[in-house]
Design a protein around this ligand. Structure first.
Ligand SMILES: [Zn+2]
Length: 65
């Protein structure tokens, strides 16, 4: 019963942002998560830049995670 994420770790799942995709990341660093997600979005979903509303959802997911 120890695999629940400690509160200091943040997680982001692509699926939670509306993509049919299993990619997810967990890290203690929100800024690392955001930059990794940007890279993933570009490589896997062809988004060379995140649309502002998507970037905002990433930020709010990281705040509440
Ligand atoms: Zn994805």
């Amino acid at each position: 019963m120890s695999d629940a994420a400690p509160p200091s770790r943040r997680a982001l799942a692509c699926r939670d942002l509306g993509f049919a995709c299993e990619w997810q990341i967990r890290s203690a660093s929100p800024s690392e998560i955001e930059s990794r997600f940007r890279e993933h979005a570009r490589c896997a979903h062809g988004l060379s830049a995140l649309p502002p509303e998507l970037a905002e959802r990433v930020t709010s997911e990281l705040r509440t995670a």
